[in-house]
Write a protein that binds this ligand. Structure first.
Ligand SMILES: Cc1cc2nc3c(=O)[nH]c(=O)nc-3n(C[C@H](O)[C@H](O)[C@H](O)COP(=O)(O)OP(=O)(O)OC[C@H]3O[C@@H](n4cnc5c(N)ncnc54)[C@H](O)[C@@H]3O)c2cc1C
Length: 477
């Protein structure tokens, strides 16, 4: 057990806990809370579970995602998306993401989005948690019962007032009180857009990757793509299969890619620095002075964290990509553990991280473990922010834990008295990162076959224990 987790005997198993959202985080939240004997209900605004893994061809009425009155589409999934992580490390810690001998499944190591959605459903069915989920219920308000005085007091027995509504039923607001709220609302639904001088008069089609589904609308067009992270990288390659020219603009390029021109199989991809200005003539000028006469701009510039339902009495702020103050990326010190934020870290392997977070949260809520006093947590959070500022890490990268994500997962597991994640997970995470940087076809060709075999053997063993029949594993590269 870790130094900051103290075992207690308080029995809180009668606590009633609300989980907001039934994506990958909300599903494992429900499971871990049940395992700790807590009474759980999950409210999910959509008509099915799976969150971002539910593909919909529908797009928002404002393709840039800025109009607050636009119709909302939660998922940013595009039609041909294949995972950017191999399935053996992508799955939860104790539910293998192996191909199953069922029709219509994608057996590949980096499968399409439908396979992930089916895996999440398998997980929910196997663990019998679908019955805890109320679909089509949107949470509109979460606040401390009793308001600011209670939130600011030393009272640690906080209760949460929650207002929710059946989607489509305008007048039917339900008001309830919960002992704890676990927020699993995802963070890929509120587009972040960079401002481009002159864009008001630029005549082309301007959108955010949140509303990208298929490449067809860009056939024979000159397209500027802003951003070269996961979405920018994938979407630019896909669009380049049909577009006339694709100009990718990014803040930074690896040295070997800085001056790529006429790249890609159709030799129609160019790499540029940031966009300097857009003109009425259609021209887009980059900071290196080069230009493109563009018909479309796709911003692959990321997303904002957003908790529109949360009334946190000024105790939490969301600014420049930093949700603060958060102890261990999970709790506002004065409100923990009864309010928690699951899945905020970025550049991670999400599902196992969600599960490790939830194991700790569930044990804190059941009273088996306790948090340090709020002043101690606050001091640690402040030191963490000072350290990252001293290292010159920008605020918006506060939650980008990348290479440190397994240290974090292991720390959480240690608090719960569990073994660290298997070493093959960490090694495959690193080999995949290298392979992805080196080869555009990293999903179909890899050099870590030996590690893959170790992982597969370990996951097959786990499947056997769970009584899950598995199919043939991925083709060799
Ligand atoms: C395009 C794209 C590709 C990705 N590719 C990969 C990949 O290859 N591998 C990988 O591991 N990860 C990938 N990810 C990351 C992915 O986001 C995580 O894997 C994970 O699925 C996120 O789960 P979540 O539960 O945190 O959020 P979500 O899946 O977004 O789920 C949140 C849920 O909360 C619900 N909700 C929100 N607000 C409310 C409310 N007020 N009331 C009720 N319900 C609400 C939403 O409807 C949604 O169902 C990708 C993400 C995107 C956007």
């Amino acid at each position: 057990m870790g130094p900051e987790a103290q075992a207690t005997t308080t029995d809180k198993s009668s606590s009633r806990v609300l989980v907001i959202g039934a994506g990958a985080a909300g599903l494992v939240a429900a499971l871990e809370l049940c395992r700790e004997g807590l009474e759980v209900v999950v409210y999910e605004q959509l008509k099915e579970v799976g969150g971002v893994w539910i593909y919909s061809p529908e797009i928002e009425s404002d393709p840039l995602g800025l109009d607050p009155r636009r119709n909302r589409v939660h998922s940013s999934m595009y039609q041909h998306l294949r995972t950017n992580l191999p399935r053996e490390i992508m799955g939860y810690l104790d539910f293998p993401f192996l191909p199953l001998p069922k029709q219509g499944r994608d057996e590949r190591r980096f499968p399409r989005h439908e396979e992930v959605n089916l895996y999440l459903r398998d997980f929910a069915e196997h663990n019998d948690i679908l019955g805890l989920i109320e679909l089509g219920v949107e949470v509109e308000y979460v606040g401390v019962l009793g308001g600011k005085d209670i939130a600011l007091s030393d009272d640690r027995n906080l209760k949460w007032l929650v207002r929710s509504r059946k989607v489509g039923e305008v007048d039917q607001v339900r008001e309830e009180v919960f002992d704890a709220v676990v927020i699993c609302n995802g963070h890929y639904a509120e587009p972040k857009v960079v401002s481009i001088p002159g864009i008001e008069r630029w005549p082309g089609f301007h959108m955010h990757s949140h509303n990208y589904r298929v490449p067809d609308p860009f056939k024979d067009k000159v397209v500027v793509i802003i951003g070269n992270a996961n979405s920018g990288g994938d979407i630019s390659k896909e669009v380049a299969t049909v577009a006339k020219e694709v100009h990718i603009s990014a803040r930074t390029w690896p040295v070997e890619q800085q001056s790529v021109s006429e790249g890609g199989p159709r030799k129609n991809i160019w790499h540029h620095p940031l966009v300097e200005r857009a003109y009425e003539s259609g021209t887009v000028k980059f900071e290196d002075g080069k230009t493109a006469k563009a018909e479309s701009i796709i911003q692959c510039t990321g997303y904002f964290y957003s908790f529109p339902f949360l009334d946190a009495q000024g105790l939490i702020s969301v600014e420049d990509g930093r949700v603060a103050p958060l102890y261990k990326h999970l709790f506002v010190p004065s409100l923990g553990p009864s309010l928690s934020f699951v899945g905020l870290p970025s550049k991670v392997v999400p599902f196992p991280l969600f599960q490790a977070q939830m194991k700790w949260i569930a044990k804190l809520l059941s009273g088996k473990l306790t948090l340090p006093p709020p002043t101690v947590m606050m001091a640690e959070v402040e030191k963490f922010y000072q350290d990252i500022e001293a290292k010159g890490i920008p605020r918006y990268q506060t939650l980008k834990i990348g290479i440190h994500s397994y240290e974090y997962v292991d720390w959480l597991l240690e608090q719960c008295g569990e073994e660290p994640a298997e070493s093959w997970r960490k090694e495959i995470y690193l080999t995949t990162g290298v392979n992805r940087r080196l080869r555009p076809d990293y999903r179909d060709c890899w050099q870590d076959q030996e590690l893959l075999e170790i992982a597969t053997a370990s996951l097959r063993e786990l499947a056997k224990k769970l009584g899950i029949e598995v199919g043939q594993t991925s083709e060799k590269c």
